[in-house]
Write a protein that binds this ligand. Structure first.
Ligand code: NAD
Ligand code: TYD
Length: 355
């Protein structure tokens, strides 16, 4: 049975990242939230408050520079701002980084989620939504799709850390009777994504005539979900899903990596008028990622059936808009790459961490 949750003060963790910032921009626009948003973010390399510039109502928005592992800081935020719901986006999110340096993934994704759950245990009237990934289900063969009851089989340290956090969320709900929901999104794309993930990396390399490194033979398949569809789906789940439920969120856009790169080449040709042959010549097949999952696909029928949600953005036009966005936001790219937005923070934000 669906519910109708409402919130007056929502704590969003990781709200300066790619998806968290899209969610907060949505809360102040099409998602039409009228309460307070408290954005708590540690500002790692992936967290950029500039992604929210001009998109929030300063009367109803608070930024707190803190780490989700710091229970005292988060507890103070919950008390000071009378938080009645948490949406947890804070995470280390890049598979390649997790292969090279997994420690931070265990710290933030596992320990950080555990610390948040302990605080929900102290404040059991809070609703907790955990943003997870389809990568916890492992890798598919040529057919089939992940369902919510598919067995977990994570293959990267990133996926394992997300799986571990999902298990903690489930266990805390069962053991302590907490109100939780969990979502498993597929690969996201759209504006404001840090240029280490496939799509923004390829777009910028195309703009700059740098090589396009395709892992293996480019035949790995991902399902692509526009970040704004993802934000809308999460909001539908947070507000309406029964406690204890989990939902897969997909974009109805399964593509091989090579198809994605070729679509990007086409989109950059349209954007810049450069000849396709010059861009095609940048393609490089490089050594594969260890443990590289072959295929992800999402069965999102539960979300459609129970909450009436399905994504509305079509992949190829979403890609073209994303290419245009990166073409028009060179200054944003410049600053995230250099970390220079940290200076911008000093001049534009007061550190409002409760003392
Ligand atoms: P991101 O890397 O762009 O952003 C992560 C944010 O969390 C950053 O703002 C960072 O500063 C913050 N953060 C990191 N460690 C923190 C800590 N210890 N305390 C407080 N803040 C911290 O990630 P994203 O792509 O926006 O992903 C957000 C969530 O969605 C993650 O949980 C990820 O697993 C999940 N997800 C991502 C995708 C995807 O394709 N990107 C798909 C499905 C699910
Ligand atoms: P990525 O954006 O890292 O997401 P994930 O690994 O979480 O799915 O990668 C998407 C796909 O693109 C994945 O199959 C790995 C591949 N890939 C490349 O081929 N080259 C690259 O430079 C990157 C970053 C990814």
């Amino acid at each position: 049975m669906n519910v109708a949750r409402s919130f007056s003060s929502l704590l969003v963790t990781g709200g300066c990242g790619f998806i968290g910032s899209a969610f907060i921009r949505g809360l102040f626009s099409n998602l039409a939230f009228d309460g307070r948003v408290v954005n708590l973010d540690a500002l790692t390399y992936a967290g950029n408050p500039e992604s929210l510039a001009g998109a929030v109502d300063p009367e109803r928005y608070v930024f707190v520079h803190a780490d989700i592992r710091d229970a005292d800081a988060v507890r103070a935020v919950i008390e000071r701002y009378a938080v009645d719901g948490i949406v947890n986006f804070a995470a280390e999110s890049h598979v390649d980084r997790s292969i090279v340096a997994p420690d931070a993934f265990i710290e933030t994704n596992v320990v950080g989620t555990f610390k948040l759950l302990e605080l929900v245990r102290e404040n059991p009237s809070l609703h907790f939504h955990h943003v997870s990934t389809d990568e916890v289900y492992g890798s598919l063969g040529p057919t089939g799709a992940f369902r919510e009851d598919t067995a977990y089989a994570p293959n990267s340290p990133y996926a394992a850390s997300k799986a571990a956090s999902d298990h903690l969320v489930r266990a805390y709900a069962r053991t302590y009777g907490l109100s939780v929901t969990v979502s498993h999104g597929s690969n996201n794309y759209g504006p404001y994504q840090f240029p280490e993930k496939l799509i923004p990396l390829m777009i910028l390399n195309l703009f700059e005539s740098e090589p396009l490194p395709v892992y293996g033979d480019g035949s790995n398949v991902r399902d692509w979900l526009h970040v704004e569809d993802h934000a809308e789906a999460i909001w539908a789940i947070v507000r309406s899903a029964p406690a204890g439920e989990t939902y897969n969120i997909g974009g109805n856009a399964e593509r091989t990596n090579l198809q994605v790169v070729r679509s990007l080449i086409q989109a950059v040709v349209e954007e810049t008028g450069r000849p396709a042959s010059a861009l095609e010549s940048l393609l490089r097949f490089v050594t594969d990622r260890p443990g590289h999952d072959k295929r992800y696909a999402i069965d999102a029928s539960k979300l459609q059936r129970e909450l009436g949600f399905s994504p509305s953005r079509e992949f190829e036009s979403g890609l073209r808009q994303t290419v245009s966005w990166y073409a028009r936001h060179g200054a944003w790219v410049e600053r995230v790459r250099s970390g220079a937005y940290r200076d911008w923070i000093q001049t534009n934000y007061r550190d409002r961490t409760p003392k």
